[in-house]
Every structure is written in C-alpha cells, then in structure tokens.
Write a protein that binds this ligand. Structure first.
Ligand SMILES: NC(=O)c1ccc[n+]([C@@H]2O[C@H](COP(=O)([O-])OP(=O)(O)OC[C@H]3O[C@@H](n4cnc5c(N)ncnc54)[C@H](OP(=O)(O)O)[C@@H]3O)[C@@H](O)[C@H]2O)c1
Length: 304
C-alpha cells in the first residue's frame, strides 16, 4: 500500500510502498479515504515527539474510511461500514490502510463526506473533553475561549453555545465573521487587545491558543470557576490558591464520544469546516501548509 513515511526526524516525509497492516484482535482494518492535519502530526514529523515514537513511522492521527475487516474482539462495526476516528500517538493514518483499535473509531457522520469526516475527530474530541467532560459548561455561564477560531476552538465555541453559555471568543484578527457565524457573543482581538483588561469573573476559560497565557487566564476566572486547556497539565497550586479547578486534556477517542459528535453533526448542531484539501502524494505539502491570513478550517488529505 501507499503510505507517507518519515525515515529521519525533521526531514520531509515521502510516499513509499509498504506492506498493508494486519489488524490484531482489538483492531479494525480501515481503507482510509481521507485524513486531516493536526498540530500533533506536524510536531511528530518534526521530531518533537521522538521520545514516544520511532522511525520509520507512518504518521497521521485522524481518519475516515471503510471497514475492510475487524479483529475478533471488535463488534460495534462491521465490514463495509463507513467509519471515522483517531489514532492517538501511534500514527498510521497517512496511508491507504490503517489499523485503529476498536474504541478509536465509530460510524462516521452520514451527512459528511469522507474528507469532512476526517476533519472532525481529534479537534472535536479535544473540545468536548475540555469543555463538556471536564468543565461541564452550564447554561448562562460566561466562557472565554482562547484560540477560538482554530480547529479545537471553533468546535468549543459551538459546544459552549449549544449548552447555553455566553461565549467570548479571543483569537488573532481576520476571523471575526467566522466567529460571529459560529455564535460568539463577544470578540477579543488577541493582537491589539488584552483579554484580562476587558473581562473578569469568567466561569470557564478554555485555552487552545498558547501555554503562555496561563497566568493571564487564571486572573480572569472567578472563584469556583474552571480552566481547561490542550497544553499539558496546568499549574494546580496556583489554581487552588485562586479557588479554581484546572485541567489539561490528553485527548482520547471513545466510541461514545465519536458517536455523540456524529449525531450532533447529522442533527446540524455542529458544523465542520475544511479550508484546503491535498492528495496523499502531497502530504508533506499539507503538513507545511499554513492557513492564509483570516482563513479558518481544517486541512484535509484525500487518500482514495
Ligand atoms: N492535548 C491534546 O490532546 C490536544 C488535542 C488537540 C490539540 N492540541 C493542541 O491544542 C492547540 C490548538 O490546536 P488546534 O488544532 O486548534 O490549532 P489551531 O487550529 O492552530 O488553533 C489555534 C488558534 O489559536 C490562535 N492563536 C494563536 N495565538 C493566539 C493568542 N495569543 N491568542 C488567541 N489566539 C491565538 C491561532 O491563530 P493563528 O492560526 O493565526 O496562529 C489559531 O486560530 C495546539 O497546540 C495543539 O497541538 C492538544
């Protein structure tokens, strides 16, 4: 099969012909139709995760495709099902075939094509596991989302609105219309404004923009509030001193999460945005691609 391979950390990857993987009992053989680019894939190829990964490596986290065969222990999907999911850390999605574990995939949203479905898993699960599972966002709460127009942030804005929150969306300039269309109630321009000078007594800060914003973020959260982030485990001592709860997610796929997201998408309650699409042969170009100023949405790689 064709796969995008990294043979040396920090060097561009290339398409190679490698043996098709064979699923173990807890895995599923998926014919990958599309995958998408996440920051973790870019970091992986650059070698930042080499303590946890080995070369040669087929990177790639998100996927959408068709079930070719299932391991003996996998019962929730069957041959021919259209599925989507994510493979955390092990990689393998930038290829014609991948072998995710059973709990890493579910039936894909029916209303999306494979490319759109591949844009969903990691970013949406991260938003869900920070904002819903940890922060338990409630009706009427004031939520500040840092990096609101990004892959994770744009889902978080929608989830917060679905749950009746008042959403203050902070990101770099140029994506104001996008954020308003997502439902943001208030915008903060991270380039020209300081959010800590504009807001206070926030119930939840969800930070998907930068670990460096931690102290500033803590300073605007009211006692009893929550801080959730995708940047590792935040300072618990400082959080306790302020009377807030603080959490860093390591996003994990589950069948239940993926199914709930698919149901929301099919019910038109969650929108998915694809900004650009590359073929598998151009995976390195997809990894190197940077969104033009003011643009939002995921970068998708179509496989077949
Ligand atoms: N721990 C986990 O399980 C997990 C899961 C998913 C993601 N992540 C991490 O979470 C981060 C977000 O992921 P993503 O896919 O959403 O990335 P993304 O699409 O690049 O989103 C980040 C957003 O933050 C904006 N931004 C940058 N600096 C900012 C600032 N100072 N204030 C406000 N906004 C700012 C970015 O604008 P520009 O594009 O203009 O820079 C972008 O819109 C990444 O670092 C990723 O590695 C971790």
């Amino acid at each position: 099969m064709k796969a995008f391979r990294i043979n040396q950390w920090g060097q561009p990857g290339q398409i190679e012909d490698i043996p098709q993987p064979v699923p173990a009992n807890d895995e599923v053989l998926v014919r990958v139709h599309a995958t998408s680019i996440n920051p973790v894939d870019v970091m992986s190829v650059a070698g930042y995760l080499k303590a946890m990964q080995q070369v040669p490596l087929t990177p790639g986290t998100d996927f959408a495709g068709e079930v070719i065969s299932t391991g003996a222990n996998v019962t929730h999907v069957k041959v021919g099902d259209a599925v989507y999911g994510m493979i955390p850390m092990r990689g393998g999605a930038f290829a014609e075939y991948a072998t995710p574990k059973g709990h890493e995939l579910a039936l894909k949203p029916q209303s999306l094509d494979y490319g759109q479905a591949a844009a969903v898993p990691l970013a949406s699960l991260a938003a869900w596991q920070t904002l819903i599972d940890f922060a338990k966002v409630q009706n009427g709460e004031r939520v500040l989302i840092l990096g609101a127009a990004g892959n994770v942030g744009s889902v978080a804005v929608q989830l917060a609105k679905q749950n009746g929150a008042y959403v203050i969306a902070c990101d770099l300039p140029g994506r104001e219309n996008f954020l308003l269309e997502l439902g943001a109630d208030e915008l903060i321009d991270a380039e020209t404004e300081k959010f800590e000078e504009l807001v206070k007594d926030i119930d939840i800060v969800a930070n998907y923009a930068s670990a460096d914003l931690l102290e500033r973020a803590y300073s605007v959260i009211k006692s009893g509030g929550r801080y959730a982030t995708t940047f590792g485990q935040p300072d618990q001592v400082a959080a306790e001193l302020r009377g807030i709860r603080s959490f860093g997610v390591f996003t994990q796929p589950t069948v239940e999460h993926l199914t709930r997201l698919a149901n929301m998408i099919d019910a038109n309650k969650l929108k998915v945005f694809v900004q650009n699409t590359f073929p598998l042969d151009a995976t390195q170009a997809a990894l190197d691609y940077r969104l033009p100023a003011g643009q939002a949405g995921k970068v998708v790689v179509t496989v077949a």
